[in-house]
Write a protein that binds this ligand. Sequence first.
Ligand code: UD1
Length: 425
Amino acid sequence: MGDRMLIRGGRPLSGAITAQGAKNAALPVMASALLLRGRRLTLERVPDLKDIHTMANLLRHLGAGIEFENGRMTIDVPDDLKWETPAELVRKMRASSLVLGPLVARCGKAVLPLPGGCAIGSRPIDFHLRGLARMGAEIDLEQGSVHARTSGLSATRISLDFPSVGATENMLMTAALTPGESVIENAAREPEISNLAQALRAMGTYVEGDGTGTITIRGSRELGSATVRIIPDRIEASTYLLAALMTRGEVTINDINTEYLAALLSKLDDAGVICDVSPYSVTLRGADQNWRGVTLTTSPYPGFPTDVQPQIMAALCMAEGTSVIHESVFDSRYVHVAEFRRMGGKIDIQGNTVVVIGVSKLIGAEVRASDLRAGAALIIMGLAADGQTEIHELKHIWRGYENLMEKMTSLGADIEIEPGSEIDE
Ligand code: UD1
């Protein structure tokens, strides 16, 4: 058996924490280093997480030299790069697909085994492949791997069928090394896209329109060394705010851009929970707080983030009245519901919609973290439940939350890890 997390619930969280750097911004910015030739990309505020190490190992395998200490990462990219990615790394993380565009643009070819990641519905990469094909890459699927090659890409106008975050990032990076003007329409508008655009601009690319649905890129054959600071992690911050609410505590998140939290803060407002918000910090006071059930639909930014859906569902399990959640970004992102029910959550699923009937009490139980955000939501449930909660399969949680045990303990949570008898990879 692997490691287990033991939580004795019922203690209000209280105190202040600093937001980590955003995992989902750091990963594409790291991949963008592959566009360089004999140059260095420096990243600041990089969170120390399993997914970050997986991406670093993937880049090392391709030939990059990487140093990572105290949130600062340098990536030195040689003239020659390998262009075949190893299945054992790629299958660990879906974001590995972000190296595809840069490799094709830089080496003229790439091999990528179909990536893995969280078990949340079918997650194809057809938009990425269609975009690359439109820019002039030949794409074949052979034995479970994507083989892409080109004798030269051309700048083009691409309209995505859905504002996919990963496909927008892949196109943005590919276009940066393709001379001429490319335009991405129906592009994703997430702040993490703007962080990548900022990195590309620092390397010398003209990028305009990030943060809107139409991004224009003027690419060039050679990019320069650059330094970029990773933005704060809005999903981590949201998780701690919801934990503060659920435990009726008081938590401040510092060094966060609260604009990124607008969808959550407005939903909390609907539920009757008012936070104290300034541009770079937010405090949620949950003491004596009752909150009402709400209706919400997840959607691409600036809509309500799918990555906070399991955590808000946890909070809504203890709301007054009924909530309705509709998941519009992923199919089958409700694996956590069965675990919530074990803890006393009253939840009904119908297709991509769930109905949550608020209860006044949750009970600790033995549960399994099926994916990263489901795991985070189970921690929130455990912190609020009566008695002890035991969470298994922690490996998913370490993919996204830096210093979770230290941060939770500093806020007063009664939480510990009981080492398992085997290594929990
Ligand atoms: C990114 C985030 C992930 C988040 C998601 C949605 C990273 C590293 N991960 O994932 O945490 O949950 O955005 O906000 O940034 N789709 C296709 N074909 C494609 C690409 C996507 O059908 O080629 C579908 C997906 O199956 C999904 C939807 O589009 O239903 C959105 O996916 P996408 O925005 O691409 O998510 P990721 O970039 O994988």
